[in-house]
Design a protein around this ligand. Structure first.
Ligand code: NAP
Length: 227
């Protein structure tokens, strides 16, 4: 499949590499491809500078948000939550129309310091805002409740025996995303319901961030146990 991964941070790079390794044609979307391709400063999360990363992943393309989205069959939103609507706007509603969009973003608002708060929250979610802003796009919220490494390699914790959620209005889109998640190794995929259920998936983040602090590692996930 031709996949546009919008976002060049840890999540974008991690998903792009994994999806490329699965045989998909992947193009990363960014604001300024020339500037991004030239980045030589160390990655804030300890990874190689983007320039080195790109050279090591020869099959992965890099373009503007619009270029990446334009030639894609499926789009992943891995942009900063505060900027996702702007980034998707730059991709362009027409280029996103009719496509499945996997939204992994979180609406973390750091403007009041640490820990971040969620904005929007409770009565709305970023997933819903994206769906409302791009009504012809088939938005599925998923993967936002775990760290990037686990998104693409769930087996590295508890042999993959943990849960991932999907939320969205379009049943066909959720089937496509379910198959994509299975291809990455996810087993317990829980369909929460329509896109309003993204509120719950996003509101897990304050707990996730506290657990990160207490456990001292991002390598953990939620496992839903049924009675
Ligand atoms: P990030 O630093 O949150 O986002 C980086 C991306 O956001 C870059 O591609 C950047 O564009 C874009 N961006 C930033 N400001 C922008 C603006 N004003 N306009 C347009 N685009 C802008 O990266 P991340 O840590 O990989 O996270 C990506 C998303 O996944 C976030 O929403 C995050 O909450 C969520 N998430 C992260 C993790 C994780 O493990 N880190 C786990 C679950 C969910 P350029 O390429 O042009 O710089």
């Amino acid at each position: 499949m031709r996949i546009a991964v919008l976002g060049t941070g840890t999540v974008g790079r991690t998903l792009a590499a994994a999806l490329g390794a699965l045989g998909h044609q992947v193009v990363l979307g960014t604001r300024d491809p020339g500037a991004t391709a030239g980045r030589t400063s160390p990655d804030p999360m300890g990874g190689p500078p983007f320039k080195e990363w790109l050279a090591a992943h020869g099959g992965i393309g890099l373009g503007t948000f619009a270029e990446a989205a334009g030639d894609s069959e499926l789009v992943v939103n891995a942009t900063n939550g505060a900027a996702s609507l702007a980034a998707l706007g730059a991709a362009g509603a027409a280029r996103l129309a009719g496509k499945v969009l996997v939204d992994v973003s979180n609406p973390l608002d750091f403007s009041q310091g640490m820990p971040p708060v969620l904005n929007p929250v409770n009565t709305e979610s970023l997933g819903e805002r994206i769906q409302r802003s791009f009504p012809e796009t088939r938005v599925v919220k998923s993967l936002n409740t775990m760290n990037a490494g686990l998104m693409v390699d769930p087996r590295r914790v508890a042999g993959g025996d943990h849960s991932v959620f999907i939320s969205g209005d379009d049943a066909g889109a959720k089937t496509v995303v379910r198959e994509l998640l299975e291809s990455l190794g996810h087993k317990d995929i829980i369909d929460l319901g329509d896109i309003t259920t993204a509120r719950g998936a996003e509101m897990v983040l304050p707990l996730w961030l506290r657990l990160f602090g207490v456990l001292g590692t991002p390598d953990f996930n939620f496992k839903i146990v049924r009675g």
